[in-house]
Design a protein around this ligand. Structure first.
Ligand code: PEP
Ligand code: MN
Length: 340
């Protein structure tokens, strides 16, 4: 609920209003702008709108029709910048690049990919260790060992690391070794997991559920932020539609749409978004043009023999080409991509 004050409001009026509302377990904050709009939270369901209008200094009372609160630009109009190590995600003039294998497969593999990713200009290293695979018989990751290897590779090449957390039982392991905790598409509506990472002092990469609307996705972010953790980066990774020529339908319109609604950074995953390596470069360029704050890309030294998602992973050569073209598109928009 939002209260709009008349211009005549005095300090003592506000103190009286605050005291009266506090008795009903309601608090308010000033919305950014002219200080005439107050955002009420707490026990507002029982609040009588008419009783508020009885105050002579209240102009109007507006019930919010959208359930979006903390994720919305209404409460936070300025872009949110999220710091991961020395990296700032969400800056207007930067496109960050996260690259790495779908899954950490071995020490040699992750060290080699980390070295190349760094050399080719990536800002962060990805690598799954707890893989939620559709088939229980597929490779499901090296688990704790994979997290340790990812962390070792990230430290060696000075790249912050991101990996997917699938259960709250592993939170201590992830807070120790991982710089950005990923919540995968399949778990976007696992509300207990969302609440658990909301209590953690680490940024969260929240992937869009493959059957989630933009509003459901933002409400999932709201679950995290409600527990205290305000550092949420959104990731568009495609949704399931009737189209089956691609693995998912990458919804790039979600990028500018989210930018209108929410101040949170948004990055794009064209690898899971398309499922085909040949589509990753064009969709990456389109994602940059759409205003994405970054990309997360699967790369592999030998995609044909990758233990998971080889068909959508770029070779190191193709990743090199993508970085080159990506810089051109980013520069056309006055942005820097990756690091030099
Ligand atoms: C991943 O990034 O490794 C992954 C499994 O992605 P998603 O949750 O988007 O399917
Ligand atoms: Mn994958």
């Amino acid at each position: 609920m939002i209260i709009t004050l008349k211009n005549i409001v005095k300090e003592e009026d506000l103190i009286l209003l605050r005291t009266n509302l506090e008795k009903e377990n309601i608090s308010f904050i000033n919305l950014p702008g002219d200080n005439l709009n107050l955002y009420l939270s707490g026990n507002i369901s029982k609040l009588d709108k008419k009783s508020l209008l009885a105050y002579p200094f209240i102009e109007k009372v507006t019930a919010l029709t959208s359930p979006l609160r903390k994720v919305s630009r209404v409460l936070q109009p300025e872009d949110v910048i999220i710091r991961i190590g020395n990296l700032d995600v969400g800056q207007k003039n930067r496109v960050i690049i996260i690259a790495g294998p779908c899954a950490v497969e071995s020490r040699e593999q992750i060290l080699l990919i980390a070295e190349k990713a760094k050399e080719l200009g990536a800002d962060m290293l990805r690598g799954g260790a707890y893989k939620p695979r559709t088939s229980p018989y597929a490779f499901r990751g090296l688990e704790e060992e994979g997290i340790r290897l990812l962390s070792e590779a990230g430290k060696k090449y000075n790249l912050p690391v991101v990996s997917e957390l699938t259960t709250a039982d592993n939170i201590d392991l992830f807070t120790k070794y991982v710089d950005l905790i990923q919540i995968g598409s399949r778990n976007m509506q696992n509300y207990e997991l969302l609440k658990a990472v909301g209590k953690v002092n680490k940024p969260i990469l929240l992937k869009r559920g493959y059957a989630a609307t933009v509003e459901e996705w933002l409400l999932a972010a709201e679950y995290i932020m409600n527990e205290g953790n305000q550092n949420v980066i959104l990731c568009e990774r495609g949704i399931r539609t009737f189209e089956n020529a691609t693995r998912n339908t990458l919804d790039l319109s979600a990028v500018p749409l989210i930018k209108e609604i929410s101040p949170l950074p948004i990055i794009v995953d064209p690898s899971h978004g398309t499922g085909k390596w040949s589509l990753v470069e064009p969709m990456s360029l389109a994602a940059i043009a759409s205003g994405a704050d970054g990309l997360i890309i699967e790369i592999h030294q030998d995609p044909e023999h990758a233990l998971s998602d080889g068909g959508q992973s770029l070779t190191l050569e193709n990743f090199t080409k993508l970085m080159k073209k990506g810089k051109l598109v980013a520069h056309a928009l006055d942005k820097e991509l990756g690091h030099d």
